[in-house]
Write a protein that binds this ligand. Structure first.
Ligand SMILES: Cc1cc2nc3c(=O)[nH]c(=O)nc-3n(C[C@H](O)[C@H](O)[C@H](O)COP(=O)(O)O)c2cc1C
Length: 354
């Protein structure tokens, strides 16, 4: 296509800090095809395609990808204090096998096959830095584009629930004040409250309190990021209990799996890193099923909330499928990392179909 994408792609062999400082340099001249339009929280969009929390580390990444035709842009999860990333590797290509995900030496990137395990530790810059930078991101996106900021609570070991809950609300308030069009509350994280193996969204009273506090603190729409559910019943029960305090749901975050190398050793070194989020192409069957379940509950009248589909949308056809089923937006993360022209192809396919 004649595009030059010098640094467009996230360097998995480099640290989070390196990638933070080396945003993509993308061409300014070529125009992306016109988007099909979209609507989210009453805001007009050029298209309902966007990027989930993760790949867009700061305003420069957001600006670069916004120019390439992604219209729902999520600022990677931020915290109320500086938090370093885990040591490298943070991302490994994996084969998703029965017992565990196995880090692969070789990998293919074609046709949506890219599947990775992510173990970043959810790094964040200091609030002073990201609050200014969110403002910049908002200034740099165009008309018909939306900025979502993802927030997570941070609690020291032994801290009580109240500290954790109010920490989420503090980040959300800062994000909204800095210009976020919506705040995404990241609930697909392990609870720090002494409940081994449990994610925040699986502790429904805790998740509801977090969302209630955020909802009553900010005026912008609030989205809840949810992970994998054990059953359709759990999905329904959780969404129904959280619905009063949220404007929409983003799912599926990823598939938590034990990640090992070919010899069976932990693929990510260090305490607490045995399990990681497996994301990308191979997760599509599982994730799309849960998105479909969520959409079915909405169609049945359970609640009218926005549903942003994510998880394994590694091809344009998959993104279109989820939108065709009724999702308000389709978000990609792995595809954005390895295939930055995804949105251009998404728009071209619609233009040629019209
Ligand atoms: C490198 C990377 C970093 C991520 N960081 C975050 C994050 O900071 N917050 C978050 O909620 N999700 C994070 N995610 C998860 C994505 O938002 C998304 O839920 C997941 O990757 C599934 O989408 P995919 O299959 O298109 O990759 C990250 C994903 C990747 C690949």
């Amino acid at each position: 296509m004649g595009w030059e994408i010098a640094n467009a792609i996230y360097r998995t062999d480099r640290s989070y800090a390196w990638n933070y400082g080396h945003a993509p340099t993308l061409p300014r001249t070529r125009r992306v095809p016109m988007g099909p339009g979209g609507l989210l929280f009453g805001q007009r969009l050029n298209s309902p395609l966007g990027i989930a929390a993760g790949p867009l580390l700061n305003s420069r990444w957001i600006e670069g990808y916004a120019r390439l035709g992604f219209d729902v842009l999520t600022y990677a999860t931020v915290r109320s204090r500086y938090h370093p990333a885990h040591v490298l590797p943070n991302i490994r290509h994996v084969d998703n096998r029965e017992q565990s995900a196995v880090a692969a030496r070789r990998h293919t990137n074609s046709n949506g096959s890219t599947t990775i395990a992510v173990s970043t530790g959810l790094p964040s810059m200091e609030p002073d830095v990201w609050r200014k930078d969110v403002r910049r991101a908002k200034e740099r996106i165009g008309r018909g584009q939306m900025l979502i900021v993802s927030v997570v609570g941070t609690a020291d070991p032994g801290a009580d629930a109240e500290i954790f809950i109010s920490d989420y609300a503090r980040c959300a308030a800062w994000a909204a004040e800095a210009g976020a069009d919506a705040v995404k509350v990241h609930l697909a994280v392990p609870t720090p409250l002494g409940e081994p193996g449990l994610f925040v969204y699986e502790n429904i009273p805790l998740a509801a309190q977090i969302l209630y506090r955020v909802r009553t603190t900010v005026a912008v729409p609030v989205l809840a990021k949810l992970g994998l559910f054990r059953s359709p019943r759990m999905l329904h029960e959780t969404a129904t209990k959280l619905a009063p305090w949220t404007s929409g749901f983003v799912l599926v975050h990823g598939i938590p799996r034990r990640v090992v190398d070919e010899e069976g050793h932990a693929a990510f070194e260090g305490a607490g890193r045995e399990y990681a989020d497996v994301v990308g192409g191979a997760t599509f069957p599982t994730c799309s099923r849960q998105i479909a379940e969520m959409l079915a509950w909405r169609r049945a009248g359970a609640w009218p909330h926005a549903i942003l589909g994510v998880g394994g949308l590694s091809t344009v056809a998959r993104a279109q499928y989820v939108l065709g089923e009724g999702a308000d937006a389709a978000l990609v993360a792995t595809a954005a990392l390895f295939d930055p022209l995804f949105a251009v192809r998404f728009r071209q396919s619609l233009a040629s179909a019209a």
